[in-house]
Write a protein that binds this ligand. Sequence first.
Ligand SMILES: *Cc1c(COP(=O)(O)O)cnc(C)c1O
Length: 393
Amino acid sequence: MSDPVRPKERFLVFGAPLIEQDEIDEVTASMRARWLGTGPKVARFERDFLAFKGGEGFAVAVASCTAALHLSLVASGIGPGDEVITTPLTFCATVNAIIHAGATPVLADVEPGTMNLDPRAVEAAITPRTKAILPVHFAGRPCDMDALGAIAEKHGLLLIEDCAHAIETKRGDRHAGTFGAFGCFSFYVTKNVITGEGGLVLTRNERDAARIRSLSLHGMSHDAWKRFSDDGYKHYQVVECGFKYNMTDMQAAIGIHQLARVAPSLVRREAIWSHYDERLGALALQTPTAPEAGTVHARHLYTVMVDEARTGVSRDAFLTGMTRNNIGVGVHYMSVPEHPYYQQRFQWRPEMWPHAMRIGRQTVSLPISPAMSLDDADDVVRAARAVLGGARA
Ligand SMILES: *Cc1c(COP(=O)(O)O)cnc(C)c1O
């Protein structure tokens, strides 16, 4: 076997975040101040995020996007007997949140080009029990929110957006996360803005925001920050049985500075994206569909399709080959019904959503991160060429 494209000691880690001195200093300052829990930095991160998203409504930081989705469903009053329509091409968290709320997930297939929910498939999946549509802005590409919004309105359904990939995403002037009743964001380590673990709910309804804030901390009426502040001790009341889903100042300390660099970080990922588009087109891989005019694509994932009939190389062999060349790769995602739990519980079979199934079996996510240089991107391209051998478009 020939030498790998990159030396082992420079293995290109998939989704490696860019951490700068500002984050390190802010975390250190939190430790020196000995305020590690939910406090002023979380409040500032919420204000900054809301301002970034146009400033209307309310932002509640929580422990994860999974928590944000779960609490949005609970705050919507969605529970046992209710159905929520979502996509099979997503991380298991989207579906698990629906199940945690006690509701029943119903899948509708994606459009093969955009990989987002197909509005016609959504409409076909509506039953008298349907309460909400939960679209995922896949890879950072906005869903067709006009069509989904019209369907939601026509059938009296709630829209809850999974914006885990979609921090920067816009359609026209509107930000992802402001179309529906709730927008749920993730700051997990591989996402576009990170806090280590973390999430946030955006909503325009003040009562929903207050309920989600309370539910994120055991259903208590005052959060701990207010309780122990120098205004004096205040008794708290537990007003309902909530969860332990609060974000901490240690996490927000990272997020504040990550968010301040959201624009240059996107510019860097756009450059890597174009670099890939220009160079991978000559290989027998299918590259991503161009972003639609008038939209901002958050460039969270750069996914290529490895169609064995075209390449002579299976998707899994491609994954192994890239790793051998010291390039970290990902799969986003094997379609949800490929997993045994959902097959057993809901009698789902991957074939029932053929577009999501095919994408899930062919897709490979190449590294795209603000921590990468264009030389790193060249290594990825050279590795792909080496793995595919002579296969040409
Ligand atoms: C990462 C991700 C989630 C879960 O986010 P966490 O913050 O890890 O809970 C949910 N949905 C999608 C589409 C994701 O990619």
